[in-house]
Design a protein around this ligand. Structure first.
Ligand SMILES: C[S@@+](CC[C@H](N)C(=O)[O-])C[C@H]1O[C@@H](n2cnc3c(N)ncnc32)[C@H](O)[C@@H]1O
Length: 220
């Protein structure tokens, strides 16, 4: 990518970004640079996405930070390029973040990112959600662009501690998805399921986030 390509993103260089990210800004801007340089070459981000990396990816991911619990561990299910997990780890150094990803190529990338950014609160775990259940648990599971909501609910329940929370970044159809998943929610033991519109900076579309708390019991 050339410097000219980088400036195709209308938010690159926007002075509101350092203000919005605060103490996490050095790590977030390094992540942005790494994604622009390596993302398309390594098949992590489509070249066309570079023009909206801030709006669609980094700011979109940043909205999870305020929806995570006050303490504990977060599993980012299907972390891929590190979205939203790397952003969450940078913005919430008070939380332990596990970047869960089954594909070797992507775990190698995530390991490099964690080391380069010096994210001492993050680690990479290779595996599928279904396969690590029982070996690891968390106070929250985050995910973005991984699967339909009913699948995410089923994969996340065995990973969540009692009263743990699923924080799923979804598109505009989140309310319909949630409606369709009503039965699964009840059967799996989730309560308080809702769609939240989470904002980042002015003029940027809010992100639709599905929140659901796992109560700790399953209806058989
Ligand atoms: C479309 S990518 C999205 C990656 C990232 N969350 C993002 O928003 O850019 C979906 C990712 O989920 C991972 N994935 C798919 N099935 C999974 C499973 N059962 N458990 C954990 N990760 C899974 C894939 O390997 C892939 O990296």
């Amino acid at each position: 990518m050339t410097v000219a390509d980088e400036h195709l993103d209308p938010l690159s260089g926007d002075p509101r970004l350092p203000t919005f990210f605060g103490a996490a800004w050095p790590q977030i801007s390094s992540f942005d640079a790494l994604l622009r340089r390596e993302g398309p070459v390594r098949g992590l981000v489509g070249p066309r996405e570079l023009g909206r990396l801030w709006e669609r990816h980094l700011l979109n991911s940043a909205t999870v930070a305020g929806l995570l619990p006050a303490r504990g561990r977060v599993i980012d299910l299907g972390s891929g390029a590190g979205l939203p997990g790397v952003v969450a780890a940078a913005m919430r150094p008070d939380l332990e973040v596990v970047l869960l990803e089954p594909m070797l190529r992507r775990t190698e990338w995530l390991t490099e990112v964690v080391e380069t950014l010096g994210l001492t609160n993050a680690r990479v775990l290779r595996g599928r959600a279904q396969d690590v259940a029982g070996a690891i648990d968390a106070d929250a599971v985050t995910c973005r662009a991984v699967a339909a909501l009913d699948k995410l609910l089923a994969w996340s329940a065995p990973l969540l501690r009692r009263e743990g929370r699923l924080v799923a970044l979804k598109g505009e159809r989140a309310p319909e998805e949630l409606d369709l998943a009503k039965l699964a929610l009840r059967k799996l033991g989730y309560v308080d399921a809702q769609v939240r519109q989470a904002a980042s900076i002015d003029g940027i579309e809010p992100t639709h986030v599905v929140l659901a708390t796992w109560e700790g019991t399953r209806v058989r």
